[in-house]
Design a protein around this ligand. Sequence first.
Ligand SMILES: [Zn+2]
Length: 198
Amino acid sequence: MDAFDPDERKIFVPEEIQESIRTLIRWAGDDPDREGLADTPKRVARAWREYCQGYDADPGEHLSRTFAEVGGYDEIVVLKNIPFQSHCEHHMAPITGTASIAYLPTDRVVGISKLARVLHGYAERLQVQERLTAQVAQAIWDNLRPQGVAVVIEAQHGCMTGRGVKTHGVGMVTSRMLGCFLDNPESRKEVLALMNKC
Ligand SMILES: [Zn+2]
């Protein structure tokens, strides 16, 4: 839990953290003492606590409350195009995109918003897209014990669009299939069709 700064009614930012951000501003070529940048170190520090708040919890816990009563429903559950933001662990640059998450229940389902919470819990960390995709799929697999899980993520990487090759509009697609979606080509085709990914 972060300490609280009662004067500012926000989390307390230690001096060494502020100084490290001033150093970065100097390194970027600007003067951290000019007026417009005076409060920037605190803002950046607090923004980063927020970007990375996924470290504070185990995202799988969102899946601990399940419903066994599914009224005979035995088809695929899909949540499509959930927007998310993450940050790449190589450049700490933004990753923005959408995820589609599906599972075929065995005997338990979760509230649909919980799938988005699992996504955000892993996205709000320093990530690579491949691992984010795998972690979301694995959390659903471990907690719901479904017949299959499919996760497809499409995202743009700030480290590609804003620097280096500056390729705007280029999306990266990753997917993770488990259970029947991995083993059975028909099931995979069905879930990708439901996600509009084929
Ligand atoms: Zn990167």
